[in-house]
Ligand binder design. Structure first.
Ligand SMILES: Cc1ncc(COP(=O)(O)O)c(C=O)c1O
Length: 485
């Protein structure tokens, strides 16, 4: 049975349920499996015609023992996770260009119009299942740059065993994203708009990390997290890579390239995991905006912690991409001591310097680019004008622009899939700027759920960053007392 260990190497291995319920490992590291299952050539072939949910069942089963989640339960939890998606196939794949052969994988047909819905529904379902079995409750706390919060809020709404606390940097996410959380009105969901976050979501990540390393607090409040810190999310994020692969290539075994708009490296880690499990991926393109810590480390080996720059692709305005530690852990052959050292350098010296050998390993099958704001706007407009008014959201535009800047370095005739991580209706102001329209948004930039949320009063709960930890602890304690009475 696969067990889960920490990237910092200082805890005893735990089972899947513990790794999921704890979120963060107690030593401050991230949970990773003690081995990565590799598909046989037969399995790789057999999975080709499965539906999205069936494929998810097969892939998740490789990590989750039947004694932890029985097969029928797993199937029901997965089916339920994708039930609220508006596309019959869960995701949609469309072609936009022949040079190179670019497809767009729309991952935004879930209830909050972002790719985060893909894994969040299952994570909340599985957490609620484990908690109900144990007759326990959890406070789920998470930091969001705009899309994780709504996805978590919607997936947690109404779950009996869970209170969910999405923290967002006020003024640094779109009004539409804020409204997706603050108009939900579920008694167990409590979004908090945090003011004065100079480093955006990264400031909030630090508070969440502080809460989690306080073992007493973690225990007394039953804290867990559903950021892509949580192993369950990155595991589920392998599925769309496999699914897109099967729908793109002519023959299983052909190579493919994925371009991924990247912030905390959770989605891209899902891709890396898929490749490690045997998916024939020729290259991943790590597409950054001008917050380019990852582009820097892939091209030079220097992993810098720079100040945050606000961009049109705000959900990837990240200065500390925490899932990269997982990737480095595997790239160094599970060298926990080295990871601890780099994590400390990154935090204290604001820079980690990789050695030449590790740089060589991480560059294997990875390319990267940093895309300027202007290029993001231009890409949205150019694709809109040349592709029958197809509208990219600003994050997807970063992935498309990155591929365009790197196309000379791609193998000939390889098929490229750009991951479309959000619906453009979540970012109307950016779309207006890109298309140069003042008031009237094109139909492609609207969505009924976004329109509906404008007609509902928001339940706002605000707090300054400097008071967040004590204020949050107090609010959670009060909520538990309310629940208990
Ligand atoms: C729309 C969108 N695109 C891309 C990303 C980046 O994903 P990751 O943080 O897993 O790299 C996010 C994450 O916040 C997002 O919301």
């Amino acid at each position: 049975m696969i067990k889960f260990v920490s990237t910092r190497g200082s805890i005893q291995p735990v089972n899947f349920d513990e790794a999921v319920l704890q979120g963060f490992a107690a030593d401050g590291g991230l949970f990773v499996p003690d081995s990565i299952p590799v598909l046989t050539a037969d399995q790789l072939q057999q999975f080709a015609d499965l539906s999205f949910s069936e494929l998810a069942f097969e892939l998740v089963s490789l990590y989750v023992d039947r004694s932890i989640v029985p097969a029928q339960v797993l199937k029901e939890l997965l089916d339920d996770s994708f039930r609220s998606f508006s596309h019959p196939d869960v995701v949609n794949l469309i072609s936009i260009s022949n040079q190179p052969d670019i497809r767009i994988l729309e991952l935004f047909h879930g209830p909050t119009l972002s790719f985060k819905d893909m894994a969040m529904g299952f994570l909340m379902n599985v957490v609620d299942y484990f908690l109900e079995q144990r007759q326990q409750r959890l406070n789920i706390v998470l930091a969001t740059t705009g899309d994780t919060g709504p996805a978590a809020a919607w997936a947690a709404a109404g779950k009996k065993q869970i209170d969910c606390w999405p923290l967002y940097p006020r003024g640094m996410i779109s009004e539409e994203q804020e409204r997706q959380m603050t108009t939900l009105n579920a008694v167990n969901v409590h979004p908090v708009g945090v003011e004065n976050c100079a480093d955006g979501g990264d400031d909030l990540d630090l508070v969440v990390a502080e809460l989690f390393t306080d073992t007493e607090l973690k225990k007394s409040l039953g804290l867990s997290s559903v950021n892509s810190i949580n192993w369950c999310r990155v595991m589920l994020q392998t599925v769309h890579y496999f699914y897109a692969y099967y729908r793109t290539v002519d023959k299983v075994g052909e190579p493919i390239v994925f371009s991924v708009p990247t912030g905390a490296f959770g989605n891209l880690f899902g891709g890396y995991l898929a490749r490690s499990m045997g998916l024939p991926v020729n290259r991943f393109v790590c597409a950054n905006n001008v917050n380019q810590a990852l582009h820097s480390v892939f091209s030079t080996g220097v992993f810098p912690r720079k100040d945050l720059v606000q961009t049109p692709s705000s959900a990837i305005d990240i200065v500390a991409p925490y899932n990269f530690w997982r990737f480095l852990y595997f790239s160094t052959n599970r060298n926990s001591n080295q990871i601890r050292q780099w994590m400390d350098d990154f935090a204290n010296k604001r820079e980690a310097q990789l050695d030449a050998e590790t740089l060589h390993v991480i560059q294997d099958g990875f390319m990267s680019a940093s895309v300027s704001d202007q290029t993001t706007f231009d890409t949205i407009r150019n694709v809109y004008e040349s592709e029958g008014h197809y509208l990219l959201d600003p994050h997807t535009a970063v992935a498309v622009a990155a591929i365009e800047s790197l196309k000379a370095d791609l193998p000939e005739n390889v098929r490229v899939v750009c991951l479309a991580t959000a619906h453009p209706a979540k970012f109307p102001d950016i779309i207006k700027m890109a298309l140069g329209c003042d008031d009237v948004l094109p139909a492609a930039a609207r969505h009924q759920s976004i329109e509906d949320a404008k007609r509902v009063c928001q339940h706002l709960r605000l707090c300054g960053l400097e008071y967040l930890k004590p204020a949050l602890v107090k609010a959670m304690q009060e909520q538990w007392l309310r629940r208990a009475s």
